[in-house]
Design a protein around this ligand. Sequence first.
Ligand SMILES: Nc1nc2c(ncn2[C@@H]2O[C@H](COP(=O)(O)OP(=O)(O)OP(=O)(O)O)[C@@H](O)[C@H]2O)c(=O)[nH]1
Length: 390
Amino acid sequence: MILRTAMKFASTSFNNSIKKSYNPMCPFLNKKLFKQNISCSYSIHHDLPSKVLELYEGIKMKDRYCLAKAITLVESIRKDHKTQAQQLLSLILDTRHERAKETGDSISTFRIGLSGPPGVGKSTFIERFGMYVLSQGHRVAVLAVDPSSLKTGGSIMGDKTRMPELSQQDNAYIRPSASHGTLGGVARNTNEALILCEAAGYDVCLVETVGVGQSETMVAEMVDMFVLMVPPAGGDEIQGLKKGIVEISDLIVVNKSDGVFASAAREAVTEYTSALKYLHPSSPFWQPRVIKVSAKTNSGLDESWKFMQDYYNIMKSSNELYKRRGKQRKLWMWRQITSELLDRLNSDKEIRNLVDELEQKVFHGEITSGIAADYVVDNFTHKYNVTKTN
Ligand SMILES: Nc1nc2c(ncn2[C@@H]2O[C@H](COP(=O)(O)OP(=O)(O)OP(=O)(O)O)[C@@H](O)[C@H]2O)c(=O)[nH]1
């Protein structure tokens, strides 16, 4: 209650200060966008709704309730919510940008992706590993991208009950995967939720996913390090693993290396290590490693964290982390452009009718897909007076 009143007060005075002078929270956007007279929705910075400011203040004060509300806002498909979410995110980014200028350190958090087939022990590992990382003085957030929840409508992964001990900790925050929308949409929301978690002081963020379809690639494209968890089996099982997924992994963790699985786990480590020799590492600064752990007995957790920290330090000091995050941001921007354009195209009735008509012609082989696509894009751009560059 006291916290909320304080937040309300802080956000009111903050709002007033914003109104008095010209957009003080957004010097970068002032310079780069407004002065160049670029018309963009960021002009919404002028009159920020109190809801956005309250969430911003709450997140800064590490209030979990505000963080949860902010993530829900990011996940919402309502147009006004989308605008508010972008306002909140750009406030957070501006603050981060300013802080980085002061400290000279632009990256102070560690984003780790974790993937593996169902039943490999991801949630047991995250529960135990998360507790270990907390004991090292960090704050841990766990997010999930669960493609199966999109089909079933329920969230299977990332559920709090899968990590009962971790979810009780003050310094841990667990957020289940959204269970509506498309995989791309859910991944994009998770990407933005990461920014919110970091702003709320969670310096180690884990993003969990299962090895289905594109979800692993999408998660790899939003984290600093990608960890693949595999069962204690080799031979055919390794052959069956998608080569692409091993290729993008910075660390392979063979779980369940206890009891009857101990020797199979040792063999798996040897086999994965030799398989990695034939693959290109995703960075010239890091040779991917293979280690065995047992989430059940806690063995190998400290070693896993040590490898992860080695990776982080090497990638950060070589500036690779900075470049990687930059490339990822550009990639997500393009994803966003593509999906936004498609949304606009699909929501235009006239164009939608044209698409339906052309789809029939393409289906019956009356025209080529290429011609139909060109025709749709030409009509769309012409309608909105977009100049076509040749
Ligand atoms: N022996 C052994 N069993 C483990 C270990 N880690 C997990 N398990 C068991 O493996 C089973 C699956 O573990 P989960 O942690 O639920 O696996 P998951 O990958 O999260 O599975 P999904 O929820 O299907 O995505 C459970 O019965 C765990 O108790 C381990 O290190 N050793």
